[in-house]
Write a protein that binds this ligand. Sequence first.
Ligand code: FBP
Length: 551
Amino acid sequence: MELSPLQIARYSYQPKLPEILKNDISKIKAVEGEITASVSDQEEIKKLFPNTYGMREVSFAEGENHAADRVLTVGVILSGGQAPGGHNVITGLYDALKKTRKDNILIGFKNGPSGLLNDDYIVFDDEYIDQFRNTGGFDIIGSGRTKLESEEQFEVAKAVAEKHALDAVVIIGGDDSNTNAAVLAEYFKAHGSCVQVIGCPKTIDGDLKNDVIEISFGFDTATKTYSELIGNIERDANSAKKYWHFVRVMGRSASHIALECALQTQPNICFISEEVEQKKMSLSTIADQIVSSIVKRSENGENFGVAIIPEGLIEFVPEVKKLISELNDLMALKQEEFNALTEWEDKYSFMEKNLTKESFAVFSILPIDIEKQLLMDRDPHGNVQVSRIETEKLLISIVETKLKKLKEEGKYKGKFSALNHFFGYEGRCAFPSNFDADYCYSLGYNAFMLISYGYTGYLSTITNLSKPATEWKAGGMPITKMMNLEQRHGAKKPVIRKALVELDGKPFKYFESHRDEWAEKTSFKYPGAIQYYGPASVCDITTRTLALEKE
Ligand code: FBP
């Protein structure tokens, strides 16, 4: 395979570690802190996790290492959507294992959790691992979305772990995968197995966070990639002065990505789904906001602009949310009956017959493409795949209709020509920024520390991330601390609580206080491409979200 100059250069980048992890491993001790409790539903969660509930937070400090000296065999899994930096979690874990003992072994289970169930794996060595240092993607072992949740799957996982004499499994994933990591850790303990389970917080969506997880990895690089592209589009719009660009950005449900991109690029419009839900905004009200900006800007002679639409927006519009939830239930109940229908007319009548009157009324006014997208296959969790719904096109068509009416009434004299974009997959496998390369390597290295000290059911944590890496702190948090009970498939299940955009948080407040000005006046900001080499003030800066949160 021929390598690009950047890939060759990145091979020799040495990721930065927190000061504490730079010590000889024999000089790092684990310090236990407070006993933890889940964020809510404490009694129920305690009952569900009798062996792993209420464990203490852990931090690492300088001191005599008191972990037992043993040879370790560790398995690692990449789970869910790609996020820049995943390879470095694995290289960090590998380096820490090999630095401690040459005979420690790291096994990679292929293509997500199914690799563990199918016993499909590779054993890492220097030559193989070196090809993936500081690179984007999850192709080192592949990823997948198989859910580890049934008793049967746990039995198989236990047998495979025993076959390899695994001491630990590291699961690199988002909220669902780490929920499963906690359940697996509890299962192993309850069934007399010593296999430990450690999670690492991954997802470009940025919705796996709390007071200890300041950011999930991948968010930094993905938002910088999208912001570069949006900035370039803004400059094009400002040069040609003839298009309105509607840019949908990924982020399954939370709008952290859209908000971060807006903070970096200052577009004319950006919606935050959490606000749309709180204010119960309809599709028509959302379109009115866009129309208002278009009309005002055209009065200033500016018939161009940029609007950012979060991928999950459609699910937060109350009337559509109700429709989607009915559709999810309907598809779960009558999938076979629906799949047997081949003609669109029959599928449409099926909806008319099975949806409530109100939801069918919403369904029937949507453009046919969107109707079809709403009926596509569900993901393994039974949810509609929002990345495949073209909300930006839907909004363009509603806005066009409204502008036409205004024109007829003589209230709008401008020109409206719209282009649509979707940025998602473009950012998930980018070369990790220095921040993600350093953060991920530290997460993997630190996962080893938690394993060596015998912890299980913990998430690897690196904190103080708005400061230079030398000031970062390393530790671990019991996953059960992040849990609450939520309704899933008709039953209450323990899950990690998703972190949505906080409407009273500093990042949103900053956006809120500037958006009216941005809607009318061209205030674009051009972040440019991620820089890997040069001054730290350009290369190592963190996201605006994290900087504002830590102000
Ligand atoms: P994770 O939550 O697994 O990290 O994935 C996030 C995400 O990138 C979402 O932003 C997007 O909606 C979804 O994955 C797309 O999924 P897929 O890769 O299966 O198309």
